[in-house]
Ligand binder design. Structure first.
Ligand code: ADP
Ligand code: MG
Length: 432
């Protein structure tokens, strides 16, 4: 259990030493599994040998002119079979090691498998089940190709077993949907209810900021100020992935940099925002701080930058400061603050919106300090606030200087100045 008193310097960590040592000792036994994965690597080697042996036989048969069409087809199917089993093996080796033993740290590696960034035992199970269905289809195909040498009995059982694999894969896929959603919610949901707690996250709404129960009208078509970012690549794959990341980021509304009217804020650093729009700050583990009075478009820009980061292949998570406070407080109460901070490392970009609307007590301010300190030079934050750093002591008390120091060290600070865009629209609606 962790108890916080005052600022970060005064934090004390109170733990029951016996429980902790026992827990850590048990946890360390996961390394016993490591040799198993290396054993599987050896099995992978066996498959490589088997593959080339089959290939060599096929080549020899073709060269000697003994290979019939059926023989070639069967031999190729056998090769495909070997490759598919090898794929299955690598999935178990890499995914299993990453899930159950230790992080491999492939984030950002250009060969990182798409599924590895969100691997968990559910994902792994479904991937394995579909791989097994693939292998069994190849087997069935082999039987059909060689139907004259396959007994009806074998054919019947081959088909039944294949159907059973399909059925179990479908059930696993169906079950992993709700489970993943549940797990995701457990991780990503901004906690709700209770005094001082933030409103629950809204399901994504396009062009509507209704988080505070005030439905807004559609934003007028603003001059597309920031050039449209080209998609990350042709084809539906990367776009679909970006879309999935955008959905998972839990933005309260879909706001794009392209829709931000640069003429509106009186003070606005166009170049910096255009540069930040390339999302390179995420890979560079830099922070962005958007400061300005209410309604000047801080949340809009934060979401717009978040969307760009999703399109650039990064996972992003959005929540208001109050929601982050609730989430971190819950984690601390459950004694798993460190684990929660480590889990958030999965997100190269976190967005903390609306810093300053609620002052935090010392313990909660301490939690924010932990978040900022944990991500310092490790991962990015976008923070929006209605007050400049100089007034953050009003929100975070004694924690403010140490926190600002870390947050601002590698940060672009964008100041927005001017009238509220909300009021401007209300005023012009009155005038009409
Ligand atoms: P803040 O977070 O600074 O209080 P928001 O980003 O929530 O302000 O902006 C309020 C509303 O006005 C949002 O619907 C936002 O999309 C819109 N808005 C603000 N500034 C602009 C702008 N310059 N161009 C287009 N829409 C804007
Ligand atoms: Mg806002």
């Amino acid at each position: 259990m962790q108890v916080f008193h005052g600022g970060p310097e005064e934090w004390r960590t109170v733990r029951n030493p016996t429980t902790t040592t026992l827990g850590y000792a048990l946890f360390a036994t996961r390394w016993l599994q490591a040799p198993l994965y290396f054993g599987l690597v050896a099995a992978q080697g066996v498959y490589v040998y088997k593959f080339f042996k089959e290939l060599w036989t096929l080549i020899k048969m073709c060269v000697s002119g003994h290979a019939t069409e059926t023989y070639v087809m069967l031999a190729v199917l056998k090769l495909v079979d070997v490759v598919m089993i090898a794929n299955l093996l690598i999935m178990v080796i890499v995914g299993g090691y990453e899930t159950f033993v230790s992080r491999i740290g492939l984030q950002g590696h250009r060969d990182q498998p798409e599924w590895l960034s969100h691997v968990n035992s559910n994902v792994l199970k479904v991937k394995l089940a579909t791989a097994i269905v693939g292998i069994s289809s190849v087997h069935l195909l082999q039987m059909f190709v060689d139907v004259h040498h396959t007994s009806r009995h074998a054919l019947l059982w081959g088909t039944v077993i294949h159907m059973a694999f399909i059925f179990s894969a479908a059930i696993l896929a169906y079950m992993s949907g709700p489970m993943a959603a549940h797990g995701d919610r457990g991780h990503a949901d901004r906690p709700q209810a209770g005094p001082g707690r933030a409103a629950p996250p809204q399901v994504e709404q396009d062009h509507g900021d209704q988080r505070h129960g005030k439905p807004e009208q559609e934003a007028p078509a603003a001059t597309p100020a920031v050039p449209r970012q080209p998609g990350p690549g042709p084809g539906p794959g990367p776009d679909a992935d970006a879309e999935a990341r955008i959905r998972a980021a839990r933005f309260p509304a879909r706001k794009l940099l392209e829709d931000f009217d640069q003429q509106h804020p009186r003070g606005f650093d166009r170049e910096t925002v255009a540069r930040l729009g390339k999302a390179e700050f995420v890979a560079a583990r830099r922070n962005v701080v958007l400061v300005g009075p209410p309604g000047t478009g801080k949340t809009h820009l934060a979401i717009g930058l978040g969307v760009r980061a999703c399109q650039a292949g990064h996972r992003v998570l959005f929540a208001t400061a109050a929601e982050w406070a609730a989430r971190l407080s819950d984690a601390r109460a459950a004694g798993r603050l460190d684990a929660e901070l480590a889990a958030l490392d999965e997100y190269p970009l976190l967005i903390v919106d609306e810093v300053g609307y609620t002052p935090f007590d010392a313990a909660t301010a301490g939690l924010f300090f932990r978040l900022v300190a944990h991500r310092y030079e490790r991962a990015s934050l976008i923070v929006t606030s209605d007050r400049p750093f100089g007034r953050w002591d009003e929100v975070f008390g004694a924690c403010a200087p140490a926190m600002v120091d870390r947050l601002a060290h590698h940060a672009d600070v964008v100041r927005l100045d001017g009238d509220s865009y909300r009021t401007r629209r209300a005023t012009s609606a009155w005038a009409d």
